[in-house]
Design a protein around this ligand. Structure first.
Ligand SMILES: O=C(O)CCC(=O)C(=O)O
Length: 321
């Protein structure tokens, strides 16, 4: 699906665009759910074996089972399912998941056609990418300070969470709801036109970064409820975050990024790949097993070295006080 001029104008002026019916739920998203059911089952067995959960909860549906496992173990274990590595503390056995059904979403031809409309035909799949199982706040385990683990995502620009080498990279964020994401579920919210105001300061906070409230027009924020199958495109400078999950169900999404081949990813220690190319089609990665091994190699390397620094602002900057 190619974007129309009207859609492209909307993206350029507003800094975001929702495109409906891009990813086929039956052939692309259902297999992803099935694959993660297997991952969750393995995880349940592992935790049960270690005595960290009281039951395998096999009779519950995916959302209830994962939520119950989070409650029992007192922890949100998103890293077990994620198809990226954490920014710090990587070990040889840091869990992650790079299965074929995830790869099929990242390389879904209909999705890549939409991406091509914005950044051109030479598409690199940027390794800054995540699955997010955001638990319902009413059941979510708490951090030591009483805040909800894996709650609302703080305000940021995606350019602010990568290194300076990607400041000129035409990085496009693609947010994919695996299930419908309403306001109650904790969908994204964003500030239209904020991509025109440049890169803001991001302060290190609770293992992540966030923009102070007074550096962007938070009062102009709108929420973006979305249907399964649709995608949200965001400019790398669009200010955004997500709402708390006030529903009873996990909010399940993938956030992906793409940039033109040859431009820097902003996370050079992590492996990306060529997802589409008219000029050099032979360089396109088609094999999910190779993708998986690229991540395992990166993990091995990173476990043996000091953590790279992904944050360019320090917490003692006056704007962060
Ligand atoms: O899914 C979320 O809650 C946040 C996603 C996000 O902020 C991002 O993709 O940059």
């Amino acid at each position: 699906m190619k974007l129309t001029n009207q859609q492209l104008n909307h993206f350029e002026t507003e800094g975001y665009l929702v495109v409906e019916d891009v990813i086929d739920p039956i052939t692309v998203l259902d297999p992803l759910v099935k694959e993660y059911e297997g991952v969750l089952n393995n995880f349940a067995n592992e935790l049960f074996g270690k005595g960290e959960i009281k039951d395998l909860y096999q009779d519950l549906d995916f959302s209830e089972r994962l939520t119950q496992i989070y409650i029992d173990s007192g922890k949100v274990h998103n890293q077990y399912f994620d198809f990226s590595l954490p920014q710090t503390g990587i070990k040889y056995d840091t869990p992650m998941w790079h299965g074929p059904a995830v790869f099929n979403v990242l390389t879904c031809p209909q999705l890549l056609d939409v991406v091509e409309s914005v950044i051109g035909s030479e598409i690199y799949c940027n390794p800054v990418q995540h699955v997010r199982f955001k638990p319902p706040e009413q059941y979510a385990p708490l951090n030591e300070d009483g805040s909800v683990q894996f709650g609302a995502t703080k305000w940021h620009q995606d350019n602010g969470v990568v290194n300076e080498d990607a400041d000129e990279t035409d990085m496009l964020t693609v947010w994919v709801p695996v299930w419908d994401a309403s306001e109650e579920d904790g969908c994204l919210h964003l500030v239209p036109k904020s991509h025109k105001d440049g890169l803001n300061i991001h302060c290190p906070i609770e293992g992540t970064v966030a923009m102070p409230d007074d550096v962007f027009k938070k009062q102009d924020a709108i929420s973006i409820p979305m249907k399964r199958g649709s995608v949200l495109l965001m400019h790398r400078l669009t200010c955004h975050g997500s709402l708390p999950n006030l529903s009873k169900r996990i909010r399940w999404s993938l956030d992906l990024r793409y940039n033109p081949i040859g431009q820097s990813s902003g996370r050079l220690a992590f492996p990306g790949f060529n997802a589409k190319s008219s000029i050099n089609p032979d360089t396109v990665l088609k094999n999910p097993v190779i993708w998986d091994s690229m991540w395992k190699d990166a993990r091995k390397k990173l476990a043996a070295q000091e953590d790279p620094d992904y944050n360019r602002w320090s917490s003692d900057h006056p704007a962060c006080a």
